[in-house]
Design a protein around this ligand. Structure first.
Ligand code: ZN
Length: 142
């Protein structure tokens, strides 16, 4: 894994300091996401307020650097947003990993946009999308 790139730096930082790897008090949704091909196994927790805003998001569990960093960045991104906005961003992320998202869309993903490189690493794709796929399910998507 490269360490001299933005991608490598961000991944390393989120692995050393995963600010959202914790448990939420009284979550409104809790869902497990598993990627058997790598052994990644996370539990995503969301606390959605009555106004439909995501007040808090966190994950726990274990997995490789890509799955953990991706889930951490995802939580950073969706905290404080409406469910609709979070679902929209997750949709952009899924398209980005397939190489189908435009630069303007990727900019909306903030730090998570650095995972665009993963679209060229087929073995890591399932790791990168694990948190986001779990988020889409937790928000009532497919
Ligand atoms: Zn993995």
């Amino acid at each position: 894994m490269p360490t001299d790139t933005f991608y490598g730096e961000v991944l390393t930082d989120h692995n050393l300091h995963p600010g959202n790897k914790r448990r939420i008090e009284g979550p409104t949704a809790e869902l497990e996401g598993v990627n058997p091909s790598c052994g990644d196994d996370i539990v995503l927790q969301l606390k959605v307020g009555e106004d439909g805003r995501i007040e808090d998001a966190a994950f726990s569990g274990s997995g490789c650097a890509v799955s953990q960093a991706s889930a951490d960045m995802m939580c950073d991104l969706v905290i404080g947003r409406s469910r609709e906005d979070a679902a929209r961003l997750a949709g952009i992320f899924m398209r980005m990993i397939k190489g189908e998202a435009g630069p303007d869309e990727i900019r909306d993903l903030g730090e998570a946009g650095c995972l665009e490189d993963v679209s060229r690493m087929p073995a890591r794709v399932k790791c990168a999308v694990l948190g986001w796929r779990t988020l889409i399910r937790a928000l009532g998507g497919e």
